[in-house]
Design a binder for this molecule. Structure first.
Ligand code: MN
Length: 186
């Protein structure tokens, strides 16, 4: 419990079937700024009918020298893609969530995001408002199963002196309402 029951169809519902016909139709990513007990950024890639998710303690970077730890967390339902609100006190992840960036992603190596995920290396271009150009999301070796790194590729969008700007301003915070998040898929 602790979430609204929106997606009990699960990843094998109608959306999954539709994606067989058009595998590239929905390849979105989102980064949510999450002010839980520790502020972090949730990076989510839409694939196979769910949002594959990583929590980045320091958030993404456009600086190729800043390899950002990305800890894989549970899959989230597609409904989470647009979630913004204040997760009520007492619930897991209690605190404000705002979308920090979102857009489309496309693989730069291989054609199947699930295979790339299983191989532990996703080389992709992000087409967001903030995150643009090439990125590599790669599983760390010998550091446990859940630890990955998100690394910007050197290209016209990389910056050596980039700093992350918080999305949650006081104005944003006053706009947010208390809201139960959609269920995780497992
Ligand atoms: Mn989170």
């Amino acid at each position: 419990m602790g979430c609204s029951n929106i997606d009990h169809g699960g990843p094998h519902g109608r959306q999954g079937k539709r994606s067989v016909k058009a595998p590239l139709a929905k390849t979105r990513f989102v980064v949510q700024e999450h002010h839980a007990r520790q502020r972090h950024y949730d990076f989510r890639l839409e694939m196979a009918g769910v949002l594959k998710s990583w929590a980045l303690p320091k958030g993404p970077s456009l600086n190729p020298a800043e390899k950002r730890l990305a800890v894989m967390v549970n899959d989230h339902s597609i409904e989470y893609f647009d979630f913004e609100g204040i997760i009520p006190a007492g619930q897991s992840g209690a605190g404000p969530v705002v979308v920090w960036d979102q857009g489309a992603y496309e693989l730069l190596e291989g054609g199947d995001p699930v295979k790339a995920l299983e191989a532990g290396k996703i080389v992709m271009a992000l087409h967001g408002k903030i995150l643009k150009g090439g990125f590599t999301l790669v599983k760390m070796k010998g550091r446990g199963e859940k630890n990955w790194l998100l690394i910007k590729k050197k290209d016209e969008y990389s910056h050596t002196s980039w700093t992350l700007q918080k999305a949650l301003t006081e104005q944003e915070k006053s706009r947010l309402q208390e809201k139960m998040p959609p269920c995780e898929t497992r």
